[in-house]
Design a protein around this ligand. Structure first.
Ligand code: CDP
Length: 232
């Protein structure tokens, strides 16, 4: 049977926001409803960080990490069999889908993603894919830097306590023993680095619609965004 997708007048949709604001869950569902490609850019920064840690490259060594970001081949393949995201992530052919969610990656990814050379290497690929259209792209700088021409820009937000609570449930389901306090502390630090870095800091684009997801269910947020996509 042929899929019937909801009509959207927005060809390029950018969703940005801080850690665990719901971007990935909502972005993926919205893309499914519209029949669009879903692209989670955080995966690329996580993949570079993960491989640096695995290969013993110091994340403090900007030049070495930048070289790594330029050299590695990151592939994201859609897969129904694994994880919450519906895709598998490969770096140079090695599956890192589970590893990119480890607390060690959480703790270092913001340092890595603040390096200008790393951002340059990954941004080019993201923009190229985004310009093909019929896409929901999710990250920190999609509406501001990667695709400023996006037809619809959403900035999802929620309080740090709410976001850390969501992430705590998520990591517990994966069997990770991190405590709520550890997750909260790591998230506060990641948000701080992401929003104060010189290049492409986390912030809403001037023409973004800011959606505070506090107290809203996934369905309610999705409904709101569908409404914006149809109207834009
Ligand atoms: O899922 P969560 O919101 O916790 O994080 P993510 O979207 O997977 O992003 C992980 C990290 O990658 C962020 O904390 C940023 O440091 C970085 N990132 C970025 O700098 N720019 C993007 N477009 C996406 C992610």
């Amino acid at each position: 049977m042929e899929n019937v997708f909801m009509e959207s007048s927005a060809n390029i949709i950018a969703i940005d926001g801080p850690a665990a604001s719901g971007k990935s869950t909502i972005g993926k569902l919205l893309a499914e409803q519209l029949g669009y490609l879903y692209f989670d850019t955080g995966v690329m920064y996580r993949a570079v960080t993960c491989v640096a840690l695995q290969r013993g490259v110091s994340v403090e060594d900007q030049d070495a990490v930048t070289d790594l970001a330029r050299q590695v081949q990151i592939d994201v393949q859609h897969s129904s069999k694994i994880g919450r995201d519906g895709y598998e992530v490969f770096v140079d052919g090695i599956n890192v889908t589970e590893e990119i969610r480890w607390p060690d990656v959480d703790a270092h990814v913001s340092v890595v993603s603040a390096y200008p050379g790393v951002r340059q290497a990954l941004s080019l690929q993201q923009r190229r894919v985004g310009l093909r259209g019929r896409i929901v792209m999710v990250g920190r700088d999609i509406g501001t830097v990667i695709l400023p021409e996006a037809d619809l820009k959403i900035f999802l937000d929620a309080s740090i306590e709410e976001r850390a609570g969501r992430r705590f449930l998520e990591v517990r389901q994966r069997g990770d023993p991190s405590s709520m306090q550890e997750i909260l502390d790591s998230m506060i630090e990641r948000d701080r680095i992401d929003s104060t870095r010189d290049i492409a800091p986390l912030k809403p684009a001037e023409d973004a619609i800011i959606v505070n997801t506090a107290g809203l269910s996934i369905e309610q947020v999705l409904d709101l965004l569908q409404g914006f996509a149809v109207q834009s």
